[in-house]
Ligand binder design. Structure first.
Ligand code: CP
Ligand code: NVA
Length: 307
C-alpha cells in the first residue's frame, strides 16, 4: 500500500528527475502564458495541511491544482482533528484514502515522514523546520531561465543556516554546484546536511568571502516561523549579514539575487535590494506556481478514464 512516491526532500528525486521537473515548469509557464488549457489532473484532489502561515505556497498549490483541472482543499489544524491530537498516522490513512496527494507545511520534519509512512498517495513537503524543497524547484527553474544550467557555478547563501539553507545544500548535491554559506557562529546549517554534501559546501563567517565571484546570492529572513521569541537576539547577531548592493558588487558581473520571500527590508536585505536589476525575487515567486505544477504532474497519477 505504501508505494506512493513522496517529495519530502530534493533527495527523493534523482538529479535527472529534478532537471526534467524544472524544465517542465518552464514549459507549463509557456502554456499558461499562451492561454492553452492543460488539465491532466481533472478530478484529482490535493489536500493542503498548513500548521504555519503561507501566501506563496498555498496560492501556488491551490491555483496550480485548479489550472491542472483538479481541486485543492485547505486544511488548518485548528479546524481538523489533527489539532486535537488525532495521531498523524491515523490522519494519513484516512486522508490518503480520499485524496490524490497531500501537501504539508509543518514544524517537525518527522510529521512529514510519519504521515508519508502511512499515506497511500504522494506527500509533498511545503516547508518544515528542516527543509523547503519546493522553493528550491522554483529557484533552480528561475536560474535556468535567466542564466542556463547551474552546474559548476558558485552560489552564496548569506544569513541563517535554516530550512532554506539546508535545501540549498541538497540542491548543491543534486544540481552539482559549489555552495558557500556565510552565517554567524551558532547558526550553521545542520551538520547532517553538511556531511552529505562533502566538499561541495563550505561554511565561512565573512559574507564578503562567500559572495566573491558568486553567480547566485540568496538569503532569507533571520527569524523563521516558530522562532519568534529569538527575534531581538537574532536582529543583533545577524546585522553584519545584510545583503545590499555593495555586497552584490563583489559577486560575478552576471550575479542573480534571490529571496524566497517574505522579505524584511532593512534587515536581511537593504531597503532597495529587490529593486536592483540583479534581483529576480518576483520571477522566483511566480515560478513556485509553474515548478509545483510540474511536480504535481510528475507525482500525481493522471486523470481517471471515463466509465
Ligand atoms: N517562500 C514561501 O514559501 O512563501 P510562503 O511562506 O508565503 O508560502
Ligand atoms: N525560513 C523561513 C522561510 C519562509 C518561507 C521560515 O521557515 O519561516
Amino acid at each position: 500500500m505504501m508505494s506512493a512516491r513522496h517529495f519530502l526532500s530534493l533527495m527523493d528525486c534523482t538529479p535527472e528527475e529534478l532537471l526534467s521537473v524544472i524544465r517542465r515548469g518552464t514549459e507549463l509557464k509557456d502554456l499558461r502564458n499562451r492561454g492553452v488549457l492543460f488539465e491532466p489532473l481533472k478530478n484529482r484532489v490535493l489536500g493542503m495541511i498548513f500548521e504555519k502561515s503561507s501566501t506563496r505556497t498555498r496560492l501556488s498549490f491551490e491555483a496550480g491544482m485548479i489550472q491542472l483541472g483538479g481541486q485543492a482543499i485547505f486544511l488548518s489544524p485548528r479546524d481538523t482533528q489533527l489539532g486535537r491530537g488525532e495521531p498523524i498516522g491515523d490522519c494519513a490513512i484516512v486522508m490518503s484514502s480520499m485524496l490524490d496527494a497531500v501537501m504539508i507545511r509543518t514544524y517537525a520534519h518527522s510529521t512529514l515522514t510519519e504521515f508519508a509512512a502511512n499515506s497511500r498517495v504522494p506527500v509533498i513537503n511545503g516547508l518544515s523546520d528542516d527543509l523547503h524543497p519546493c522553493q528550491l524547484l522554483a529557484d533552480m527553474q528561475t536560474f535556468l531561465e535567466h542564466r542556463g544550467n547551474i552546474q559548476g557555478k558558485t552560489v552564496a547563501w548569506i544569513g541563517d543556516g535554516n530550512n532554506m539553507c539546508n535545501s540549498y545544500i541538497e540542491a548543491a548535491i543534486q544540481f552539482d554546484f559549489q555552495l558557500r554559506v556565510a552565517c554567524p557562529e551558532g547558526f550553521e546549517p545542520n551538520p547532517r546536511f553538511l556531511a552529505q554534501a562533502g566538499d561541495r559546501v563550505t561554511v565561512v563567517r565573512d559574507p564578503k568571502e562567500a559572495v566573491a565571484g558568486a553567480h547566485l546570492v540568496s538569503t532569507d529572513v533571520w527569524t523563521s516561523m516558530g522562532q519568534e521569541e529569538e527575534t531581538a537576539r537574532r536582529l543583533k547577531l545577524f546585522t553584519p549579514y545584510q545583503v545590499n548592493r555593495a555586497l552584490l558588487d563583489l559577486a560575478a558581473d552576471d550575479v542573480l539575487f534571490m529571496h524566497c520571500l517574505p522579505a524584511h527590508r532593512g534587515e536581511e536585505i537593504s531597503m532597495d535590494l529587490l529593486d536592483d536589476p540583479r534581483a529576480v525575487a518576483w520571477d522566483q515567486a511566480e515560478n513556485r506556481l509553474h515548478a509545483q505544477k510540474a511536480l504535481l504532474e510528475f507525482l500525481v497519477a493522471p486523470a481517471y478514464r471515463p466509465a
